[in-house]
Design a protein around this ligand. Structure first.
Ligand code: BGC
Length: 485
């Protein structure tokens, strides 16, 4: 296994060199400074979204693997919580470094690097000889997840034409949900085959390598190239991707970049105007988690068992139904996000999530009769509402509300807030149920649903159909849209 791991990493390194050499030759022979391949923007978004798939897979895979890890490493309850949370700790760190990496290396190279981290992490986790080694590997995988969570949406938002931006960035969230669902099935398959946890984690190497190879074909984003003064390349990418004369967009990018040169880096996020953008990014991040989504994603089988699904199999089966609904509703979100707009989804979603959570609390409070099936219905309504609203819309908005010069830092700060809130909810859920009881715990999340509604109503702008530069001017103009726009 160790040899396979090292061999794979070496192969990726050599392959990267071959592709880079071919690219240099292509430019030399065509005489172009940069001549990106003409790839459909859907393809590019799909490749980058493999980063999202890994985010979902690597967070979801622990649920089933835990049953086997418990035996291999003789884990008590506390260590189990640590085993679940290690990846979140890594993700918090990954979210912090993502902004800098993304600006320094560029979006494409950062994604290539993350693909290598994901591959190495997957293979090393699978060969963990002891608990400490395993935990370190999970933190490393977490680094990749935390970084990918903000780098992928930024990459796609900078590549996509405005009218498709919502849908294409939401591809990433779709990939996250598919990753979660697939991880449940992979766990189930290897559990049935009695192969235990190592192949569950190793499977992540397959999408990781696909991400690496796919990204070698994809271009750098025009906005990052322009921010480094590489205007010819930026123009070439715009022409190839959007298949139209990119003059207007280049002029917009030029304007926003020339203003930014006069201003400082990350500190700029705190200046009046942009401060509200930061509040929106961080606020959406925190509400996305405080409505309790990951109590469902990580602990659904536990909830179902408490609701009376006697066997583990039936609880896991009910969980996979939730996983599938999550995927299907996200597909609907892709169709709606550029039509109904972000605000409508956030407002509707937070109300419905709130209602479902209140229902869940009531069901648990009157613990009688058919609570199992009622719980399943309430959770399905809840996950539907989440997948149509805060699930995709937070990640989308974290990538589109910040100006180019601070987009990577803004997205990475929002991502950092998201992972920290995730950790907070995930490690307190079972204790809260113990202290407050299940009904009050769910009502607490419902209360955050109400706050999320008020927050979205008051502060979140409708960015549907606006160019990234128009959004930038919205903050500069103290939250007013250009008259012409
Ligand atoms: C959230 C994750 C969550 C997933 C569920 C994502 O948008 O950030 O924390 O597990 O959605 O689909």
């Amino acid at each position: 296994m160790q040899l396979v791991g090292l061999g794979t990493i070496r192969f990726m390194y050599q392959w990267g060199r071959v592709m880079a050499f071919q690219e240099r030759e292509r430019r030399r022979t065509t005489g172009a400074t940069h001549s990106p391949r003409s790839l459909p923007v859907y393809f590019i978004a799909a490749v980058a979204s493999i980063g999202g798939l890994l985010f979902g897979f690597d967070t979801g895979v622990i649920s089933g693997a835990l049953l086997f890890l418990k035996q291999s490493f003789a884990l008590n309850a506390t260590i189990q919580e640590i085993a679940v949370s290690a990846v979140l700790v890594g993700a918090i760190i990954g979210a912090i470094v993502a902004g800098r990496l993304n600006d320094a290396l560029g979006r494409k190279k950062t994604l290539l690097l993350l693909a290598v981290i994901f591959t190495a992490g997957a293979l090393l986790t699978a060969i963990s000889p002891n608990l400490v080694f395993f935990l370190v590997c999970r933190v490393i995988v977490g680094l990749g997840i935390g970084a990918a969570a903000s780098v992928v949406p930024v990459y796609i938002s900078e590549i996509a034409p405005s009218r498709l931006r919502g849908a294409l960035v939401t591809f990433n969230q779709l990939a996250v949900t598919v990753g979660i669902a697939v991880s449940y099935w992979v766990d189930l398959a290897f559990a049935h085959a009695n192969l235990g946890w190592p192949p569950m984690f190793a499977s992540a190497a397959i999408p990781s390598i696909a991400l690496f190879l796919g990204m070698l074909l994809c271009p750098e984003t025009p906005r990052w190239l322009a921010s480094k003064g590489r205007w010819d390349e930026a123009r070439a990418v715009l022409e190839h991707i959007k298949g139209e004369q990119p003059e207007q967009e280049l002029a917009d990018i030029r304007r926003s970049l020339s203003e930014e040169r006069q201003q400082a880096g990350i500190r700029e996020l705190f200046i009046p105007g942009l401060r509200v953008a930061l509040i929106v990014g961080v606020g959406l991040a925190v509400f996305q988690q405080f409505v309790g989504i990951n109590t469902v994603i990580y602990y659904a089988p536990t909830i179902f068992q408490q609701a009376g699904f006697a066997s583990a199999t039936s609880a896991i089966l009910a969980t996979s139904v939730v996983g599938v609904v999550n995927v299907l509703a996200t597909i609907v979100a892709i169709l709606l996000v550029d039509r109904l707009g972000r605000r409508m989804l956030l407002l509707g979603g937070s109300i419905i999530m709130g209602v479902a959570l209140v229902m869940l609390g009531i069901i648990f409070a009157h613990n009688a009769g058919h609570i199992g099936s009622l719980t399943l219905i309430a959770l399905i309504i809840y996950i539907l509402a989440f997948a149509l609203s805060f699930g995709p819309v937070f990640w989308l908005m974290s990538a589109e509300i910040f100006p180019t010069r601070v987009r990577a830092s803004g997205a990475s700060m929002s991502s950092f807030a998201n992972w920290t809130a995730n950790l907070l909810v995930s490690i307190t859920f079972l204790s809260l149920i113990g202290i407050l009881g299940a009904p009050v715990t769910f009502w607490l999340y419902a209360f955050f649903g109400v706050l999320a509604f008020i927050f979205s109503w008051v502060l979140v702008p409708e960015t549907k159909g606006r160019s990234l530069e128009q959004i930038e001017r919205y903050w500069e103009n103290r939250r007013h849209w250009d008259k012409a726009a």
